[in-house]
Design a protein around this ligand. Sequence first.
Ligand SMILES: Nc1ncnc2c1ncn2[C@@H]1O[C@H](COP(=O)(O)OP(=O)(O)OP(=O)(O)O)[C@@H](O)[C@H]1O
Length: 308
Amino acid sequence: MDTLKVVNLKARIGTFELGPVDLNVGKKEIVGLIGPSGCGKTLLLRTIAGLQEPVTGQVFIDGKDVTYLEPHLRGLAFVFQDNALFPHFDTHNNIAFPLKIKKDPQTEEKVQKKAAELDGLTDYLDRWPKELPAGMKKLTAIARETVKKFNLILMDEPFERLDKKIRTELRAMIKRLLMAIGESVLIVLNDPEDALAITDRIYVMKEGVFVQSGEPREIYTSPASYFVMELFSTMGINRVGSAVFRPQDVEIDENGSYVTLEHCGPYDSKRILCNGKMEGQEVVLLLPVECREKSDVKIRIKNSFEKV
Ligand SMILES: Nc1ncnc2c1ncn2[C@@H]1O[C@H](COP(=O)(O)OP(=O)(O)OP(=O)(O)O)[C@@H](O)[C@H]1O
């Protein structure tokens, strides 16, 4: 049985309409929601959590219809984009909060155990939220939500507004953490690299509906539309004639199109990233490392879309 099942769900906020969407998260699966800013990801998460009433459709958690159940009865751990920490509580009391409400006699042990699980959080238990580095704020929010009993983690864009170095560290930390917790996760992400690093499966959203879903690697290599390709173009996009394609969408082919190479730099152990010219247009291509000494190559474009 799926941990989360969303059926034909529609919701509305202001003039924005979400859905209809269908979605599922399996047991212990990490599922990503990815799409540009304003496409409705947060609204979908809030509707699943019961913080927004749907127009139509149903939400099932562990097989139970929770569509009209109060948020705190749904068994969810919801990590908000801004963490929503209590500013007047230190880290310890933020984490302890859900246990204290329930007068849990093991509050102290559970807080200590949870902090120890989360890389280095134990050293910050007496700090106020405003004194915490960005990564520790996020870990405190995750600790507070997962210290209680829950069935599903909902996480809204954990890496937003973080600089590159903290982002990379936090990404590895959150992936380890989610795998260690071993529960089902639905996570909103804006960056395809985060989706590739963290998730088992993703849904790509555009203007309130899903336009593609599947394993992130499969979507990255075979986007179904120009929109998805652009979203997953971490190295930019080439425009030649009427074709639009990414640097990684080419392969060497003796019967292919002629490209002069101007400058190549390392990408990974097998590939190099080259600047070149094709039909008079500047292009960037990801090529096999053997092309390093060449001044020209012939290539075939594997995936391309018409210019829009
Ligand atoms: N309180 C509100 N009143 C009116 N419209 C709203 C409100 N909150 C959000 N919206 C609109 O609803 C749409 C969906 O917003 P939502 O926050 O779900 O998008 P998102 O994909 O999560 O974006 P982001 O990645 O920037 O967080 C947006 O167009 C937004 O402008």
